[in-house]
Ligand binder design. Structure first.
Ligand code: ZN
Length: 221
């Protein structure tokens, strides 16, 4: 029995947001996915998202946010900037897109309100936040308050992955019965390779480490 009506999921087609999408499908009668085209180097990301939404019967919208790319050149949007292999000692990695989660959630909120929806779901995680300040719980709570004040509305930003790491995210996918889909059909890799990815970039390493740990744990229990 689904106890809630509708939710909007911020959906990139990666491991985290796809896990959240399936989680939401279990909780809500209707789930709408929104993705953003900000000139990411890998159009494949949006293709993955669109393909998954189509296959699993989820209404999907892709909004144009090319302005974000104009304002913040970084390694996820520019060919000539190579992704940092390791996180820098200070500051954010060069894969950080300034303001991205704030902008995404804000536009998703505007869209949701038009449809009379209050619940916004995002796959950010403070546990694996890779130095991205806009994945922290304090930021999400702060933005939630701001959005409510900005639009005089009771938004509820829901973060199912906030306190769990990649290993636990795989466990969640397994519980939802979608581990294979997440493994084969999502794209997390900074080099734009779906599934197992390039194996070299920080996103692939994080994803792989979590996967191996979960598989080991499952087989030893
Ligand atoms: Zn990769």
């Amino acid at each position: 029995m689904k106890n809630k009506k509708q939710a909007v999921v911020i959906f990139s087609g990666g491991q985290d947001s796809t896990t959240c999408l399936f989680w939401a499908k279990q909780q809500y009668e209707e789930v709408i996915a929104v993705s953003f085209d900000y000139g990411q180097r890998h159009k494949k990301e949006l293709e993955c998202a669109a393909g998954l939404a189509r296959t699993y019967g989820v209404e999907h919208h892709i909004f144009d946010l090319s302005l974000l790319n104009q304002l913040t050149p970084n390694s996820l949007t520019r060919e000539e900037i190579l992704v940092d292999k390791e996180a820098p000692e200070e500051g954010t990695p060069n894969s950080f897109v300034e303001g991205r989660n704030m902008v995404f959630l804000t536009y998703a909120a505007i869209f949701a309100k038009q449809r009379g929806i209050t619940d916004l779901i995002t796959g950010v995680s403070q546990s694996d936040f890779s130095g991205y300040p806009d994945c922290r719980d304090i930021f999400i709570k702060s933005l939630n308050t701001t959005l409510n004040l900005a639009m005089d509305y009771e938004f509820d930003i829901i973060t199912p992955l906030m306190w769990i790491d990649k290993e636990e995210t795989w466990a969640m996918a397994d519980e939802l019965g979608v581990m294979e889909i997440i493994h084969d059909k999502t794209l997390t890799c900074y080099n734009g390779i779906p599934g197992d990815g390039c194996g070299e970039c920080p996103a692939c390493k994080l994803r792989r480490r979590g996967y191996d740990r979960y598989i080991n744990r499952r087989s030893s229990s």
